[in-house]
Design a protein around this ligand. Structure first.
Ligand code: FES
Length: 104
């Protein structure tokens, strides 16, 4: 699948991804800026905040209780489409995310 990342500066990066990888891992591996991912995917930093395309969001399992808790502490206030990108595992379909302006 392809992941379309809208960066904090408004530009778009399109990355060829692998199903089974997380949206965070895919960004870090490909040098996509804006996702800090301080904890490396351990669900303890909330610096991997993205807004997921509203139509595509439904394809993912709902956030766990731990993710919900962490989403309450993001640098940019959460919205309905907010997720922590380390918890979004890619399936074999394209995905569009907007990276939150601030992560820290
Ligand atoms: Fe730390 Fe996602 S990388 S919560």
């Amino acid at each position: 699948p392809k992941v379309f990342y809208t960066l904090p500066d408004g530009t778009e990066r399109v990355v060829e991804a692998a199903a089974g990888d997380s949206v965070m891992q895919t960004a870090v591996r490909n040098g996509v800026t804006g996702i800090v991912a301080q904890c490396g995917g351990e669900l303890s930093c909330a610096t991997c905040h993205v807004f997921v395309d509203a139509d595509e969001l439904a394809a993912f399992p709902a956030p766990s209780e731990d993710e919900e808790d962490m989403l309450d502490g993001t640098a940019v206030d959460r919205e309905d489409t907010s997720r922590l990108s380390c918890q979004l595992v890619l399936a074999d379909r394209d995905l569009h995310v907007v990276i939150a302006d601030e992560q820290l």
